[in-house]
Every structure is written in C-alpha cells, then in structure tokens.
Design a protein around this ligand. Structure first.
Ligand SMILES: [Zn+2]
Ligand SMILES: [Zn+2]
Length: 420
C-alpha cells in the first residue's frame, strides 16, 4: 500500500508535495498604482470556523495569498456562533491570532483585526476593522428572554433554524448576546479606533424588497462620526441603493467577499472569476496606510467587471489602467497604396478589468463601431479617421464599466500631440 501511494505521489504536480500555494499569475488581482498612491487590494469581510464560516483561518490566509491580496480581515460574527458546541472560544481574538500564526515566513500580507457586530433590524450587521480587542465588543445578558417569534415572518424564520442549532444552544446564545444595544458595541469599536462599516445593507429581515434604505439608527451613527463606510458590493450582490446612500451620506465605498466557504468554490479562478475587493489608494503599504485611506474614502470597488468609485479615485485609476501607445498617422497603406489621414494607435490595458469604451469623439473608426473593449492586460489597435492630419487629437470615451454613481459612467479623454 505504501509503495502504491509513493508511486502515485511521484506523478503529482510539485505543489501537492509542498505546503505552499501553486503559482498562478492569472489569478492574482492586479491593478496599477496611481499617481501619488499605491493601489492595494483588500478584502475586509470574511468568515472562518470561529463564527459561521467553514474553514480554518489558515485557509483564508492562503486564499488571500493565491489572490494576491495586500490585506485581509477575518470578521467573525461575535454573537452568531453556530459552531460553539465544538468550538467554544471565549477569546474572540483567536481567529485573528490564528491567521497571524498561519502567515508564511516572509509573507507581506497585511492582516487586519476585525469583527462583525450582529443584530436584527434596524441595526443589522456592521463590521469593525482595526479593532484592538474583539472581546470588548461582546456582552452576554445572562437573563435574556428566549427568542420568540412575534410576527408570521419571524415564525417562518425561526422554523427554518435547524433543530441541531437549537439543541446546541446556538439560538439561546444569540438571543443572550444581541440584547446589548448595537450602538454601545459600535461606540466601543470607535473607542478602539476602528473603521466601522455597514455590511450588506440591502439584506435585512425587516423588509423583503432587497433594497438598502437609510434608518434612524444608522443616520445617528453617521451624524456622530461612528459609521464610516458601507458595502455596495458583497459576494454576488451589487446594490445601487447602497451606492446612492454612500454618496448621499459621505461614506467610504466598499466591496467585500463575505466568504463563508472556499473562495475557489464561490469565485472559480479557472473561469476567470474573482472575489469582490476594495482597491485602497494608500500613501504607504501598511495597516496604518490602509486605515488612513479608508477614513479618507480613497477606494474603488472591483465587483465582477465593474469598477465603482468617486471621480477623485476612479479617474486617476483609469488613467493608470488605460494607455495610448504608438499614435501616428499612417504613412503607407497596404490596401490603398497611398497616404491616408488615418491615425493608428494602440490602447493598452494594465488591469484585470476588461475596459469597455464608448466613443464620444466626432471621429469614426476604420475597424470598429463606437463600442470597444480593451481586454484585461491586453491591447486594442484602433484606426481613427480624423479627416485631416491634426497636430492634436482628443479622444473622448465613456467607460461603460466604471461607475461614478448609479447609472452614471465615468468619462475620460486622451489628448494626443502628434509629430509631423
Ligand atoms: Zn453579515
Ligand atoms: Zn459576514
């Protein structure tokens, strides 16, 4: 048997033998730095077995390394502890500590301590990152009443809770720990210097429209400077309404995976999928640099093929992403055998996003209509009919997958100065 196993092992790819992730360049999430800032790829909302996730923190760290993240936060539900019968961990900092312990030697992945404060409506879920002690964000009320359904909807929800979780006291524990007012937990997080954000604001048991709406609870937190960001993309969801709320209330835009299973299952890299992330434009590549950038709202959300941000961040990013090379008038044309007033140029894309452009210039293209796609880390050759030889040409595009606001796309211009 041993010989058979040994024989089989000999044929396995090298990475099966070593305890380190296989190299997969295509999988790395890559965006260029912008002027004055480093572009850091960050996922601030994930789970492990220390709440309702299904993997050990070490796996989260390894996924982050495979995806080429700069920073990761494992943000366990403090109160919702479905594994508590098997993993009763009185110290809520353990997931973070386990992640730190799992960092391979020499790794520069930045681990950010965080927790998910978990309540029912109106507070719902809020994540606090850059905390110093997760335990201080949790308080158990010993004489809390048992959870009871007060409405038919709640009755339905309660009926859906697996009997095993009821038997193991998971529901009672949740009932006892969500009595402590959410605003007090948020205040404690702020006392620790946390950056606090509203998680999946469209997900609430209070209404069924799946539409994010401002509540008095969150409004008060924003007005008192205690709620700083909002998820506009979480997992498979983008919320236009959350996006609008972010702009209306001056909140930092965030995209997160909120992964519970494996990244590879939810976002299979072999199909080119990627987890939603936040691109953070930091003055330095450090936890402090990320924290400062988050408070300064210097983010762009990367969700599926969408880039979502404010103009101050999105415009410099697109400038770094999209470049015009080799712009020159055609001297000899193979087809027509004479000079043409056609400007040839190459658009290059230095990012993971397929950049979708709509031509807003008065010029037409020889080989394309007005809608163009510059593929990720690729090029597009364009032949522009300028009608005459111009010393300067301005090409203006609307970027179909760069959103400034719901239904509002970024416009960019490239001014080209041409030699004779
Ligand atoms: Zn949540
Ligand atoms: Zn979560």
């Amino acid at each position: 048997m041993a010989a058979l196993l040994l024989g089989a092992t000999a044929d396995l790819p090298a990475h099966y033998k070593a305890d380190k992730p296989p190299k997969n360049e295509a999988r790395l999430i890559r965006f260029p730095d912008v002027q004055g800032h480093q572009t850091l790829v960050v996922d601030l909302h994930t789970h492990s077995v220390f709440s309702d996730g299904h993997v050990w923190p070490k796996i989260r760290v390894e996924e982050a390394l495979r995806d080429g993240l700069d920073a990761l936060a494992i943000t366990e539900h403090l109160e919702w502890q479905p594994h508590r019968a098997d993993l009763p961990h009185p110290d809520r900092n353990r997931a973070y500590q386990q992640a730190v312990a799992a960092l391979p030697d020499g790794s520069d992945l930045i681990l950010i301590p965080g927790s998910e404060i978990t309540r029912e409506a109106p507070a719902d879920h809020m994540n606090a990152v850059f905390i110093t002690d997760a335990n201080a964000l949790l308080r158990e009320s010993p004489n809390a009443p048992k959870i009871e359904a007060k409405t038919p909807e709640e009755e339905q929800l309660l009926a859906a809770v697996p009997q095993q979780l009821i038997d193991e006291g998971v529901l009672d524990y949740y009932g006892a720990t969500n009595q402590w007012p959410a605003n007090e937990a948020v205040r404690e997080a702020n006392n620790q210097g946390a950056f606090v954000f509203w998680a999946h604001p469209y997900y609430t048991r209070a209404h069924r429209s799946a539409v994010a709406r401002m509540t008095d609870f969150h409004q008060t937190l924003i007005e008192t400077g205690q709620l700083h960001g909002i998820e506009i993309a979480n997992g498979a969801f983008y919320s236009e309404e959350a996006h609008a709320l972010a702009l209306q209330h001056g909140l930092t835009l965030l995209g997160v995976s909120d992964v519970h299973n494996l990244i590879d299952w939810d976002y299979p890299p072999r199909f080119g999928a990627h987890r939603p992330v936040t691109l953070v434009f930091a003055k330095e590549r450090s936890a402090a640099g990320i924290r400062a950038a988050l408070f300064a709202k210097r983010t762009v959300v990367w969700f599926k093929n969408l880039l979502i941000g404010r103009e101050a961040e999105l415009k410099p990013l697109l400038k770094a992403v999209l470049d015009v090379k080799d712009a020159a008038y055609r001297v000899k044309d193979a087809t027509y055998q004479n000079d043409l007033d056609v400007l040839d140029l190459t658009l290059t894309n230095n990012s993971d996003a397929d950049i979708q452009l709509r031509n807003l210039s008065p010029y037409s293209f020889q080989h394309h209509g007005d809608d163009l796609t510059v593929p990720q880390h690729g090029k597009l050759k364009l032949s522009v009919r300028t009608l005459e030889r111009l010393p300067q040409v301005e090409l203006t595009f609307e970027v179909g997958n760069a959103l400034l606001a719901p239904k509002q796309r970024l416009r960019i211009a490239h001014r080209l100065t041409l030699a004779d």
